[in-house]
Every structure is written in C-alpha cells, then in structure tokens.
Ligand binder design. Sequence first.
Ligand code: HEM
Ligand SMILES: [Cu+2]
Length: 585
Amino acid sequence: MQHVAIADQPDELHDPQSFIAKYVWSQDHKVIAIQYGGTAIFVGLIALVLSGLMRLQLGFPDTFDFIDPSSYLQFVTMHGMIMVIYLLTALLLGGFGNYLIPLMVGARDMVFPFMNMLSYWVYLLSVLILLASFFVPGGPTGAGWTLYPPQAILEGTPGYDWGILLMLVSLAVFIVAFTMGGLNYVTTVLQARCRGMTLMRMPLTIWGIFTATVLGILAFPALLVSAIMMILDKTLGTSFFMPVLVSLGESLEYTGGSPILFQHLFWFFGHPEVYIVALPAFGMVSDVLSVHARKNIFGYRMMVWAIVAIGGLSFIVWAHHMYVSGMHPAFGFFFATTTLIIAVPTAIKVYNWVLTLWRGNIHLTVPMLFAIGFIFTFTHGGLTGLFLGNVTIDLPLSDTYFVVAHFHMVMGVSPIMVLFAAIYHWFPLMSGKMFNETLGKWHFWCTFLGTYAIYLPMHYLGFLGVPRRYFAMGTTNFIPESAQTLNAQITIAALLVGLSQLIFLYNILWSLRYGEKSKKNPWGAASLEWQTPDQPPRHGNWGPELPEVHRWAYDYSVPGVKEDFIPQNHPVTAEERTDGEGGHA
Ligand code: HEM
Ligand SMILES: [Cu+2]
C-alpha cells in the first residue's frame, strides 16, 4: 500500500515535457485541480452576475426593462443551480479535493490519473451544455433549481422545451464527471496513503473531503435517475412524474405518474448535497483554525466521528424539504426528529472550533479572518435551520424569504467563506507567491459585513410573508410598503459585495504575477502538503522518496520543543517523549 509501483523510480521518468501534456491534457492532480477551480470560479462569476440582476429587479422594480418575469425565473434557476453544483461542488471536490488529497496523504498522485483527467473534461462539457441553454430558443429553464415536475416541463414555464432538457442532460453529464473524480478520491484515500498515515492521523480536511465524496457517490445516482426519467417524460411522453393533467385548457397524454416521487428523489440527493458542500468546508476550516491559532484542533477524534455521523444522518432527513407537500403527520414527526438530531454532531463541531481558538496564539491572518467569519455565518444559518426543521414553524415560513436567508447563510455564504480561507491559505503552496495582505483584509471585511447587510433583513422580509421566487411583490394587504425600502437597501449591499469580489480577483491575479516570493511553509503548518521538497510541489510531489508519517497533523506549540510546530513526517524525539504530551496517535 505504501509503495505505489512508481515510487521507487526517479520521477523524471514520468515527468511530461510538452506544454500540452503538462497543462492541457494533464494527468497531474495539481493541474487538474487548477483547471477545475478556474472553470468553477468562472461559472460562479456568471451566477454572481445573475444574482446582481435579480437584486436590481427586486430593489428597483419597473426600472430595468430587460428583466421580465420569465427572465427573472430563469436567472433564479441558473443562479441557484450553478452556485450549488457547478461552483461549490466542483470547486470543493474537483478543485481542493484534487489538489489536497494526494499531497496530504503523501501520495504521488491520484490512483487513476487518466480517469481524473477525464473527470475534468467531462465536467467542462457539462458546463458548456448548461451555458448553451442561454442561446437556445426559449432560453434556460425557469423551473427553479429544484426542477419540480409537472411544471418544469409544461408550457408556461420559461425554457420548458430546450432549456429544461439541456439542464437535465448537463446534470447527468456532471454526475458522470463527479463519479470519475469521486472514485479516485475515495480509492486514493483508502489505498495510497504513505507509510505511517493511519486513518486517524489524516488531517480533518481529508476526512471532510473523503466523507463528502462517499455521500456524493451515494446521493448523485438519485438525481441521475430522476434526470433521466424526466427526460423520458419530456421526450417520449412517459409518465414517471406526470399525473393526469389538463394544461392551458388541453387534456394531456400523461397517465398517473407521481410528482411527489420526483420530490423524494430530488431531496434524497438534495439534502446530502448540502453536506457534500459542507463537510469539505468543515474539514478545511478546522485545519485553517488550528494552523493559525498555533494549537491542535480540539477533540480530533470527536471531530472525525461528527463528520461521519453527520454524513450518515444526512440520508434520513431529506423530507424536511417537503413538509408542505401534504405528508402524513407521523412522517413529519420522523423527519423533524432526525433533522434535530443532526444538530448534535454539528454543534459539537462548532464548540470544538471555538475551543480550538480558546487561549490559542491567534494570528489574524486573512485565512484566519475568513475561518472565524465562517463560524459566525454558519452558526447563524444553522440556528434558523433548527426553526425550519420543525413542521409547525416551517409551514408558514416555507417559500418565503426566511428560507432564502437561511440557506444562503448556511450553504451559500458559509462554504464561500471557507473557500476564501482555503484559497488564501493554500495560495502560497499552489503558486509559490504571497498575496497582498491588505487587499485580502479589505476583501474579508467587505464580504463579511456585506453578507449580514444582505441576509439579516431577509429573515425579517420572510416574517412579513414576502414570497420566494417572485419577480415583484406587487400590492398585497399584508406586506407593508417599508419592505420595498428594505429591498432597495439589500440590493445596494449585494452590489457592493459583488463588486468587492473584484478585490479578490485582482489580488490573486496580481499576486500570481508580481507577488512576493513566498517562504517555504509560510504559516508553519504541520500537515504533509507543506513538507514537499519544492514549493509549489513538482510532478510526482515527493522527489525520489515518499514521506513517512510519525504523528498526527496537529502538533503545534508542543511543550519542551523549540519550534512551535512539528511536521507530520518528523520522528518523535526523546525530548517530546519525556514531556509527556507529544507524539499523538
Ligand atoms: C452576493 C451573493 C448572492 C446574492 C446577492 C444572491 C441572491 C439571490 C437571489 C436574489 C435569489 C432569488 C430569490 C428568489 O427570488 O427566490 C437567490 C436564490 C438562490 N441562491 Fe443566491 N445569492 C448569492 C449567492 C449564492 C450562493 C453562494 C449560493 C450557493 C449555495 C446561492 C444559492 C442560491 C439558491 C440555491 C437559490 C434558490 C434558487 C431557486 O429558488 O431555485 N446563492 N439568490
Ligand atoms: Cu435538507
């Protein structure tokens, strides 16, 4: 297991030389990671622009002629789907999973490099299919990111013809790409760890990515089959999801399918999807907090088991998204209970992050600011989740801006905070350069404060009853006019947050070219990825010898030891042993 066949040979033998082999059809996990990351950030920017357009409409209705009710729905749908799948899932797993797994477990590459390369190109294909829907007759689908039938494929919904088909095909292709990447990540973690890297010595980043990938491999098939079944309903007139229907005065051919079946399949995927995004973020934020507080992560074993428990539980809570579908009260009770049980391991994680900071030697670096920002946004989003998990509270709040605020806090903003923390944290490793600290801090404060300016008022709009996925509020007898003022303020905040991402892009691009050369291991991190002979690591990662691991990844500020951290590949010394504390399992 420790000796991959190529390990004993000089790695130059395998070093691809031509530009194309090195950077285009590359099988190096680091290059593939950057391809994945670059593409994901690119589509993410499109989704950000779409959210800006929606906010313009909501803040200043009747001002922008080019946004009509149909295009609003199309923007909502494309924004939501791109953010969840094509940005977050792709960037966390395809990007960071690819980059970090081999380096953190001490392997030369993924175990199936060719399939890994294919995974990226198929992902790119899925993105192109998705974006193509902007250019077909009728435009992209406006069914909402949940794509509920029957409405998704019926006349009257924007993009009911081409748009929805392209969306479904693109999702299917994405799932193929994810599976090729995912099998790689799981097998690499299980089979290619270096000598001494036991499972319980793996950094939490790897635990998070690994568990999330297993969730994805189990959950995405539910989406795949529902996409295929809906394609059949649309093209061949089958009735998997389509009930007997009269649409626009015409009785349709469909016979007795079940739209609720689709909801079950969708959310059987959709809820674990939240954790496919959250678990890698949990892992990475744990490591960033530990490194920048110069303290071991509090309760490592508990953190691992919490990740696994959350992963397992995430499969038995899905119907909390369906309380309004008319389910039997006993099921409502069941799903509310399981949902609240998930709060236990989740709260354990939050406590442990805070306890990691407690009496740490906290360095308020840019990655650390984003990591602490995450603790705030995640706790806020999580708390409103407890409310929505209860049937009686969810019923009146369902489909209002309270829900929009909740899920943006918990799975929009929070993982993005971690992604920024991770990008800033690992940027010196990936590029060999340092970013600009001042610009990074500006980026953090604009994003963090702006987030609250956007989403806190949305909770209140939800209480007022402002509905979700509405082009305009119109006049009602329950929404006060002041809601419009609030909407305008939210829009201004959203535009500022959107613009402040330019600081980030500028910082990254500028630093890649002109940034100061980074010291090796600038944060003094103990995990393996920073211990490569070169920074950034070369092809094959480790030079002639694979590393050997002697300890966990969290030996910071060990008493009696001169340096304030001990890399994972350093043998345990007599000095630490006599001191009692060092050399953890
Ligand atoms: C500055 C950042 C963002 C802004 C201003 C923003 C704004 C919006 C707006 C205005 C809507 C439509 C609300 C409605 O009419 O129902 C929406 C929906 C949504 N957003 Fe965002 N968003 C942002 C970032 C994100 C991120 C990072 C995610 C990642 C998870 C995300 C996921 C979603 C989803 C899943 C929907 C629901 C789509 C649907 O109802 O079908 N958003 N967002
Ligand atoms: Cu859920």
